[in-house]
Design a protein around this ligand. Structure first.
Ligand code: ARG
Length: 467
C-alpha cells in the first residue's frame, strides 16, 4: 500500500512514479531507519497508542528486517518501495500483519529522514575519526623513524631552508588534526534528535521526545519542529569538512607525485599502489595519488551541489531535500574508502633520505643563517641581508656554496664575517637555530611529535567513548 494515496483519484504517471523514488539510494539509511523506528515505537507504547504486545511485535519485525537485509542482498530489490520509510512499513506488514501500519502513528517521513540522515552523518564521523587517527599516526611514525634526516623546505616551490623530514611530515599531521577537530565540532552540533517534530508543527501524540533522543544517543531533542524537519546544515557542514579534508589530501598527493619524479627523487613509489603503462615498459605511475587528487574534485562538487539545493528553500520540508542525499553519501563514501588506502600508501612508501639530504645542502639554503650570524654580531638586519646577498651572488658566480667561499673574500664583503661563520653554516647548525616552538630544531620537533601522538590517542578515546 502507498503511504499517501487516499485523497488521489488518479494514479501517478508511471514514469514520474519511478523517477521520484529514492529507494535506490536511501536504502543505505536502512539501519538508522530501523533504529529510529524502534525508538518511536517505544514512545508510542509509552503514550498508550501501542499495547506492549504490539510493541514487541513491531520491535521483533524491525529486527527481522535488519537481519534479512544483511543476509539476503535481493531482499532490498523491491520495485514498489518509494523510499526506505515505505520499504520498512511494507516489510513490517508482511512480517507482523496490520499492526505494522500502527508504527507510523503520530510521525511523518519528514522527521524520519531528518533523523536518519543525522544518524548517518554521526556514524560516518565516528568511522572517519578512527581512519583519520590511523592516517595521522602514519605521519607521526614516519616522523619518528626519520630521526635527524633533513630535506629542503620550499616556498614558491623554490628551495628555502633546510628542515627535518620529521618537521615536514608533522605539517601534514597538523592539517589532518584540524580536520578531525572540525568533524568533532560538526558532530556536537548535529547530535540533536528531530523525532517528535512531525511533518512540520510537532507530533500530534504525547511522545516522550527526551526518551527517544536518549535511546538514539542524541544529546537532546531539537528545539524547533519547523527547523528540524527542513534543516540540512549538518549535512552541508559535514561535506564542507570533507571538502577541506579532500583539499588537504590533494595537496599531499600532489607533493608526493612531485617528490616521486626523477627530477626530485625524494621517494620511491610503492609498487603495491602504482601501475605500469601499457605502452611504455619503464613506467611506474602514481595512480593512487592521482586518483586521490582527482576525487577531491568530486567531494568539492558534492559540497557545491548541496549549497545549490539548499539555497533559497522556504521553510519547511520541500522535496528538493531528497536531492541532498546522494551528494552527502558520495562525499562520505569517497573519503571513507580512500583514507585506508592513503594510510597504506604512506606506510609503504620509501623515502630517499640521502637524496633529500644532499638537496638540503645545496642551493644556498644557509643564507638566512649567515645573515643571522651577522645580526647576532650587531649588524642591522637589512645590511646583513645585503651582505649575505653579495656573498650568495659570489658563490653563484663561482658555482659553489656559501661555505666554500674563502674567509678573506667573505671578510671583504663584511668585516663581521669571521672564522666562526663556518660552524654556523653546516646543515646541523642551520636546523638547530630554528629552536622555537613550532620550528624545525630537533627539540621543537620532538615536542611537536609528542603533541601529535597525544592528539591521536585523544581522537581514538573520544570515538570509543561514543561507541
Ligand atoms: N524520501 C524523502 C526525502 O528523502 C522522505 C521524506 C518524504 N516526505 C514527504 N513529505 N514527501 O526527503
Amino acid at each position: 500500500m502507498k503511504m499517501w494515496s487516499g485523497r488521489f483519484r488518479e494514479p501517478l504517471d508511471p514514469a514520474f512514479e519511478r523517477w521520484q523514488r529514492s529507494f535506490s539510494f536511501d536504502r543505505v539509511l536502512l539501519p538508522f531507519e530501523l533504529e529510529a523506528s524502534r525508538a518511536h515505537a517505544r514512545a508510542l507504547e509509552h503514550a498508550g497508542v501501542l499495547s506492549s504486545e504490539e510493541l514487541s511485535d513491531i520491535v521483533r519485525g524491525l529486527e527481522q528486517i535488519g537481519v534479512k537485509a544483511q543476509q539476503d542482498s535481493n531482499y532490498l530489490d523491491d520495485p514498489e518501495a518509494e523510499d526506505v520509510h515505505h520499504f520498512v512499513e511494507k516489510q513490517l506488514v508482511v512480517l507482523i500483519g496490520e499492526t505494522g501500519y500502527k508504527l507510523h502513528s503520530g510521525r511523518s517521513r519528514n522527521e524520519q529522514i531528518a533523523t536518519d540522515l543525522r544518524l548517518y552523518v554521526r556514524e560516518s564521523i565516528d568511522a572517519l575519526q578512527l581512519l583519520l587517527a590511523d592516517w595521522i599516526e602514519a605521519f607521526a611514525s614516519r616522523a619518528k623513524k626519520s630521526g635527524d634526516a633533513a630535506m629542503p623546505a620550499y616556498t614558491h616551490l623554490q628551495r628555502a631552508e633546510p628542515v627535518l623530514v620529521a618537521h615536514w611530515m608533522l605539517a601534514y599531521a597538523e592539517m589532518f588534526l584540524r580536520d578531525s577537530e572540525r568533524l568533532a565540532d560538526c558532530r556536537k552540533r548535529l547530535n540533536l534528535c528531530p523525532l517528535g517534530s512531525g511533518a512540520v508543527a510537532g507530533a500530534t501524540l504525547a511522545l516522550d521526545r527526551d526518551a527517544m533522543a536518549a535511546e538514539l544517543d542524541f544529546d537532546a531533542p531539537t528545539a524547533n519542529s519547523i527547523d528540524a524537519t527542513s534543516d540540512r546544515d549538518f549535512a552541508l557542514e559535514f561535506v564542507q569538512v570533507l571538502t577541506l579534508m579532500g583539499l588537504h589530501l590533494s595537496r599531499w598527493a600532489e607533493e608526493m607525485i612531485l617528490f616521486a619524479t626523477q627530477e626530485f627523487g625524494f621517494l620511491d613509489l610503492p609498487e603495491a599502489y602504482s601501475t605500469g603503462s601499457s605502452a611504455m615498459p619503464q613506467k611506474r605511475n602514481p595512480d593512487l595519488l592521482e586518483l586521490v587528487r582527482g576525487k577531491c574534485g568530486r567531494i568539492a562538487g558534492a559540497q557545491q551541489s548541496l549549497i545549490m539545493t539548499l539555497k533559497g528553500l522556504p521553510l519547511a520540508y520541500n522535496k528538493d531535500l531528497q536531492e541532498t542525499q546522494e551528494p552527502l553519501f558520495e562525499a562520505a563514501q569517497t573519503v571513507l574508502a580512500l583514507l585506508p588506502l592513503v594510510t597504506g600508501w604512506m606506510n609503504a612508501a620509501e623515502f630517499n633520505y640521502e637524496r633529500m639530504k644532499s638537496a638540503a645542502q645545496a642551493g644556498g639554503m644557509n643564507a638566512w643563517a649567515a645573515a643571522t650570524f651577522l645580526v647576532e654580531r650587531g649588524v642591522p638586519s637589512r645590511l646583513a641581508h645585503q651582505a649575505v646577498g653579495k656573498a650568495v651572488r659570489l658563490s653563484l658566480d663561482r658555482g659553489c656554496e656559501l661555505q666554500d667561499l674563502g674567509a678573506a673574500e667573505l671578510r671583504a664583503i663584511h668585516p663581521a664575517f669571521d672564522v666562526e661563520l663556518a660552524h654556523s653554516l653546516t646543515l646541523d647548525a642551520v636546523i638547530s637555530i630554528h629552536d622555537v616552538t613550532g620550528g624545525t630544531a630537533k627539540g621543537s620537533v620532538k615536542q611537536a611529535l609528542q603533541h601529535v601522538q597525544e592528539s591521536v590517542a585523544r581522537i581514538r578515546g573520544q570515538v570509543h567513548a561514543h561507541a
